[in-house]
Design a protein around this ligand. Structure first.
Ligand SMILES: CC(=O)SCCNC(=O)CCNC(=O)[C@H](O)C(C)(C)COP(=O)(O)OP(=O)(O)OC[C@H]1O[C@@H](n2cnc3c(N)ncnc32)[C@H](O)[C@@H]1OP(=O)(O)O
Ligand SMILES: O=C([O-])CC(=O)C(=O)O
Length: 402
C-alpha cells in the first residue's frame, strides 16, 4: 500500500476557511449575521429584497436612483421565455418543485443572450435575470402542476408582492407582501453554507453562472439544509393529525429513536439563529391575525421540549435555525410544504450570484483558483494498491456489501 499522505481531515470541513469573502459574516457563538457590513436585524426592519440584493451584488446600499434602476431591471427580466413554460407543461405533474426548479435553470441558461460573456458586467446582468426568473419559475411550476394558467408579472407590485401574485393569482395585502419581503431578505445569504459552496465550487471551474446555480439548487434541496423547512411543516402537520398532546414525550421518543428535530441545530450557530428570532415574531404576528396560532404555538412547544430534552443529554447548542419558524410563516401565507424550499431558493439566488461573482473575479488576494481538495484513499481490495485484472470467466462472485 502507498504511504499515507499527511492531511488534515475534518468531517464536513467544519471550521476550515476555504476562501475569503466580503459578502457576509456570521458569529456563531453570539448569533450575529451581517451582510456586507449591515446587521440582519437592521436589514429585515428597514430594507427590501431588491435593495438587499443590490447590496449583496454591488457591495453598497443603492442610492434612490440606483434602486429604482435596479427594480426596473428586475421587472424587465421577470417574463419567462415561452419555451420554458411550454416545456413545463410536458413535465410530470407530480415532479417535486425543487426538481422542477433545478431542471429550469439550464433552460434559463439557454435563453440568456450573454451566457458565455464572462465579463463582470455581463455576470451582474445574468444575476439580475436569475433573481427575477427564479421566483417566476417557482410560481409558474406551482400553477402548471395544478393545471392553472401561468400569470404574467404585475409590474405595479413589489418584487415580493409579485411573487405572491404570480403564485396564487391574488394580489396580497400589504402585510403579507411585507412578511414575504422580510423572508426574502432573511434567506438571501449565509456565507459558505452547503449550497453556496456548491455554487462556488462549480464557478471555480469557470463554468457559467447558471451551472453553479443549478448545483446550488440541488444542494439546497437536502433536508439537512434548505429542505428542512418542508420537513418542519411535515413534522407539525403529523403531530396535529395524530392528535399528539404530550409534546415533551413526542420529542423524547424521537430523540430516543435517534431522529433529529428538523429546523433545530446548526453547523455554525451555537445559539439561536438571529433569523429564527425574527421569523418567530413574524409567525406569531401572522398566526394571531390569521387565526392560525396553532402553528407557531406548536413550534414553540417543540422548541421548549427539545431544548429541555437535549440539555438533559448535555446538548445545549441545538437551537432553532432559520427553517424552524419559517415553515409556519409560509404555511400561513398559503404555501404548500413542498414549495417552501423553493421560496428559500428564490431568496438565496441573490447570495449565490454574489458568491459566484466573487469566486470568478477573485478573493482578497485576487487569485481565483480551482477547488480541488484531497481525499485519503482507504480502499483495500487485494492487500495491495493495484490489483491484477481477472477476466470475467475466471472471476469468483464478490460479496456486495454496501
Ligand atoms: C438553512 C440550513 O441549512 S439550517 C439547517 C437545517 N437543517 C435542519 O434543521 C436539520 C436538523 N439539524 C441537523 O441535522 C443538524 O443540526 C445540522 C446538520 C444542521 C448541523 O449539525 P452539526 O452541528 O454539524 O452537528 P452533527 O450533525 O454532527 O450533530 C451533532 C450531534 O447533535 C445532534 N443533533 C444535531 N442536530 C440535531 C437536531 N436537530 N435534533 C436532534 N439532535 C441533533 C446529532 O444527532 C449529533 O448527536 P451525536 O453526537 O450524539 O451523534
Ligand atoms: O449556513 C448554513 O450552514 C445553513 C444556513 O443556515 C443557510 O444556508 O442559511
Amino acid at each position: 500500500m502507498a504511504e499515507r499522505t499527511v492531511r488534515t481531515k475534518n468531517i464536513g470541513l467544519r471550521g476550515i476557511a476555504v476562501a475569503d469573502t466580503k459578502i457576509s459574516y456570521i458569529d456563531g457563538e453570539r448569533g450575529v449575521l451581517i451582510y456586507r457590513g449591515y446587521r440582519i436585524e437592521d436589514l429585515a426592519h428597514n430594507s427590501t429584497f431588491p435593495e438587499t440584493a443590490f447590496l449583496l451584488l454591488y457591495e453598497n446600499l443603492p442610492t434612490p436612483e440606483q434602486l429604482a434602476g435596479f427594480e426596473k431591471e428586475l421587472r424587465a427580466a421577470s417574463h419567462l421565455p415561452s419555451f420554458i413554460v411550454d416545456s413545463m407543461k410536458e413535465w410530470p405533474k407530480n415532479a417535486h418543485p425543487m426538481d422542477a426548479l433545478q431542471a429550469a435553470v439550464p433552460l434559463l441558461a439557454m435563453a440568456d443572450p450573454e451566457l458565455f460573456d464572462e465579463s463582470r458586467q455581463a455576470n451582474l446582468r445574468k444575476a439580475v435575470r436569475l433573481m427575477a426568473r427564479v421566483p417566476a419559475v417557482v410560481a409558474a411550476w406551482h400553477r402548471v402542476r395544478q393545471g392553472l394558467d401561468v400569470l404574467p408579472p404585475d409590474e405595479s407590485l413589489s418584487h415580493a408582492a409579485n411573487f405572491l401574485w404570480q403564485t396564487f393569482g391574488r394580489v396580497p395585502d400589504s402585510e403579507a407582501a411585507r412578511v414575504m419581503d422580510v423572508c426574502l431578505i432573511l434567506h438571501a445569504d449565509h456565507t459558505f453554507n452547503a449550497s453556496t459552496f456548491a455554487c462556488r465550487e462549480v464557478a471555480s471551474t469557470r463554468a457559467h453562472m447558471y451551472a453553479g446555480v443549478a448545483a446550488g439548487v440541488g444542494a439546497l434541496s437536502g433536508e439537512l439544509h434548505g429542505g428542512a423547512n418542508a420537513r418542519v411543516m411535515e413534522m407539525l402537520q403529523k403531530i396535529v393529525q395524530d392528535g399528539v398532546t404530550d409534546i415533551r414525550g413526542w420529542v423524547r421518543d424521537r430523540l430516543e429513536r435517534k431522529e433529529r428535530i428538523m429546523g433545530m441545530g446548526h453547523a455554525v450557530y451555537k445559539t439561536m439563529d438571529p433569523r429564527a428570532k425574527i421569523l418567530k415574531r413574524l409567525a406569531f404576528d401572522l398566526g394571531e391575525k390569521a387565526g392560525q396560532r396553532i402553528w407557531p404555538d406548536l413550534t414553540q412547544a417543540i422548541e421548549e421540549a427539545a431544548m429541555a430534552e437535549l440539555s438533559a443529554r448535555g446538548k445545549t447548542n441545538i437551537q432553532p435555525n432559520v427553517d424552524f419558524y419559517s415553515a409556519s410563516v409560509y404555511h400561513i401565507l398559503g404555501f404548500p410544504g413542498d414549495l417552501m424550499t423553493c421560496i428559500f431558493a428564490a431568496s438565496r439566488i441573490a447570495g449565490w450570484c454574489a458568491h459566484i461573482i466573487e469566486e470568478k473575479y477573485g478573493d482578497a488576494q485576487g487569485k481565483p483558483a480551482l477547488y480541488r481538495p484531497q481525499a485519503e484513499y482507504v480502499g483495500d481490495y487485494c492487500g495491495k494498491l493495484d490489483c491484477e485484472y481477472v477476466p470475467p470467466e475466471k472471476r469468483r462472485m464478490a460479496s456486495t456489501t454496501g
